[in-house]
Design a protein around this ligand. Sequence first.
Ligand code: UD1
Length: 385
Amino acid sequence: MKPFRIFNIVGARPNFMKIAPLLAEMRRHPELSPVLVHTGQHYDYEMSQVFFDQLGVPQPDYNLDVGSGTHHAQTAEVMKRFGELVERDRPDLIVVVGDVNSTLACALVAAKEMIPLAHVEAGLRSFDRGMPEEVNRVVTDAVSDLLFTTEESGGVNLRREGVAENKIFFVGNVMIDSLVRGLESARQSPLVKRLGLPEKGFALLTLHRPSNVDDPSRLRGILDVIADIARRLPVLFPVHPRTAVKVAEVGISNMKSWNGASAISSPEIWTMAPAAYLDFIGMVERAALVITDSGGIQEETCYLGVPCLTLRANTERPVTLSAGTNRLVGTEPENLRREALGMLDKMNSGNAAEPPSSRPPLWDGHTSGRIVKILVEFLQKRDAG
Ligand code: UD1
């Protein structure tokens, strides 16, 4: 019998660590023929290729090279190019992960072409339609045939939206599969060694959400508070390309760029290029504190038991709050100052709470195995019927 062809879609940085373990698992199944499609939403070496190298992902079978654009133009371009591909080479199933524009665009093509669609990381909701990712999540879930959830809230949200029970599968978190697999190498990261930062002696910052970086006065407000935090301990800041442009526009002066060679010693804000996956995980594990507006980093800090302050008013990942590692500091920079400095005071006086040790259910490194088993059963049943 011919193996089932599955198109696996990646587009932007947070997709790569989710597809890597799925693809590896599919390749172990002779009844499956996985195909990797890269939309090209992210294209810089540091935002894309380095993840393929570090995660051992083979080169994509197809690259759609869409590049940057407005949200509607980017989504439309992925739809157009992916639609043309699917007309030429029709798969048995399409797998999309996460919530980026490429996820939405390929999900819509699958629905219109009536190709079964699986969404990995389904059901997460921030209930904030001002976030482009929330729109992507809601629409993708509405047209998916198989919805794989990472935490209990995902199933609750999908049932509330009327998704049939037999489409929802609580399987855990594929991103944690990658983390579990990469952790030992992350601990040996040569880049982390070169940085020379003491274990639990620095803070790690990432910022890229339009709501935090697009408005110059807001960005300045956040970075002013970060500068105060950096008087207490070095703040390491791998800068996303969209943020780099905005920081340059605002003209922040109290930052230093790490030269890549000598160890960091002084408490300041240290900028560097976006970090590769294993280096980044190595940094997270060593950090005393992570400050971020990313979705995935809330989960990685949760698994690693590292305190995380999230610069957002809401989160679509509430399990990270109940686990005790993550705290929402909202959109007001003064809240960040209070929370971060309060936390550092407690750490210095030895009164900081022990990092929570309980990890969310099914975040165990075996999620991709559970997903692929369900996909195989689904395809075989469909074929037989
Ligand atoms: C996208 C995702 C977001 C994810 C983030 C992680 C959507 C709606 N957003 O946001 O969910 O958390 O990726 O990085 O899909 N750029 C480069 N080089 C690149 C990629 C982007 O310079 O390789 C610059 C371009 O100027 C581009 C801008 O960054 O216009 C934004 O890129 P885009 O992919 O549109 O959105 P992100 O902000 O990266």
